[in-house]
Ligand binder design. Structure first.
Ligand SMILES: [Zn+2]
Length: 155
């Protein structure tokens, strides 16, 4: 790693430790040429994940899409937004740590349902009921539009 201060490419790693709940590795680096110190982070490259749909089509994995469907299922539910973020990050980490770049859309759906079940039953039921149709349709935009809760029920 090139030193950001003097450009020397021969820098040393002084310390490596997990960061962001093991989503990243933080490395403290030292440049022997100028005695500069800097820090780098190593993270999994999300773009490497590919979703295999039930019809066999491949699609680049996008956290945005995952997030959109989860937020839709949790709409108007009394869940702390930070908790939702943590849940989404947890799902993404689980997908990353499966060791495969190709992941079936079905596997993602199951992990999402499992995670939703743990934090909100209503959101879980919403997601699960739409998910059944989704497997047949395999059309994400349709999925999200069906997931959009009516304005009438509850509350
Ligand atoms: Zn340097």
């Amino acid at each position: 790693m090139r030193c950001p201060f003097c450009g020397n490419v021969d820098t040393q790693v002084k310390d490596s430790r997990p960061a962001e709940d093991h989503a990243a590795i933080r490395r403290r680096r030292f440049c022997p040429a100028c005695a500069g110190r800097f820090t780098t982070y190593e993270r999994v490259q999300l773009r490497d994940l590919v979703v295999i749909k039930s019809n066999g089509r491949r699609e680049e994995f996008g956290r945005d899409k995952l997030e959109r469907s989860i937020r839709m299922a949790l709409q108007k539910r009394p869940i702390d937004p930070e908790r939702i973020d943590q849940m989404i990050s947890g799902i993404v980490r689980r997908l990353e740590s499966m060791g495969e770049t190709d992941i079936k859309s079905q596997t993602i759906g199951e992990i999402v349902m499992e995670s939703l079940a743990r934090i909100d039953t209503v959101a879980y039921v919403r997601f699960a009921s739409v998910y059944k149709n989704f497997q047949a349709a395999d059309d994400f935009d349709k999925f999200v539009s069906e997931l959009r809760p009516d304005d009438s029920p509850e509350e």
